[in-house]
Design a protein around this ligand. Sequence first.
Ligand code: TYM
Length: 351
Amino acid sequence: MNDLFIYTASIRNILAIFGLVKTVVSGIRSTGNLHLGNYFGAIKNFLRMQEQERCFFFIADYHSLTTHPTPADLHANVRQVLVEYLACGIDPEKSTIYIQSDLPETAELYLLLNMNAYMGELERCTSFKEKIRKHPGNINAGLLTYPVLMAADILIHKADYVPVGKDQEQHLEMTRTFANRFNRMYNQEYFPEPVAYNFGTELVKIPGLDGSGKMGKSEAEGNAVMLADSPEVIRKKVMKAMTDEGPKEINQQKPEVIENLFTLMKTVSTEETVAHFDDLYNSMKMRYGDMKKQLAEDMIAFIYPIRERILELAKDDIYINKVVKKGAEKAKESAGKTVGEVREMIGFRKF
Ligand code: TYM
């Protein structure tokens, strides 16, 4: 991980200047182990995009401070996400992998963008409204300005594409608003308009196992299947997944909880398997227990090799430290340039 990394990264930097490759930025909060929602909503696209584009993938540890982790938990979670990134196949020789807080330039851009982010638009943000509904005792300013920090993450590398799941769509809209506002204020076409990206198709939303619409880290226990889960744990979680009393008519439309189970199956099972259970459902011969057993085994087959790599990589302090150091250096190069130019545009000049 030395020469090849520097070579690939520099070539892509040059190609990006001429618009021949796109700049890609995305991150995941360090709030616990990654789950299948993170994988199919984000990481799957990171893996495809790193083959061609100029990619920056980071661990959003500043963002995770809104929930006040202890220092020990914060550190352990950041390390775990990093290990899981690598175990999934994000390759430090192709992508720049870094920790958000290693780039204080992001915090400076956040401060600057905050000056032109308005209370009304921040309060209207769906994720903010949801957070204050769920945690009325912890409505901090970090939560309110969360989309501004996210915009800073994206704009600091002047990203074109942001591979994310459906739940981040509104944040990307806000990023474009902040970018355009900045461009207008300083009469420059400086920031590109980044888009939430899924190779031209609708952004993904992976449902949870508990009947809730979305798989998430902070949802109830048993909602999410983690990439680090053992086969036994996966079997237990899937067998407890919510279902109903079964179809009442031939070819009836599936209720949401059942549709969710099929959506999950489509991510890890073959088309034939999905078609098989679809036929059983439509002909009213469905036994959910059989479907869940199959789903659990297909999830295990998908997750097992990732889990093995997680366990292996978690032991390799030397490699992990090298990745972090190299990533911070590369990210700083790009971020330093942006912040320098932004300062200049705003009117901070050297005396
Ligand atoms: P986070 O940490 O909640 O989720 C990380 C990524 O996983 C996706 N995701 C899902 N996709 C489909 N179905 C699901 N059930 C599911 N759950 C999570 C998310 O859409 C996301 O892509 N604010 C961000 C982190 C962030 C960021 C950024 C992302 C901070 N700065 C800049 C992109 C660019 C977040 O909380 O994601």
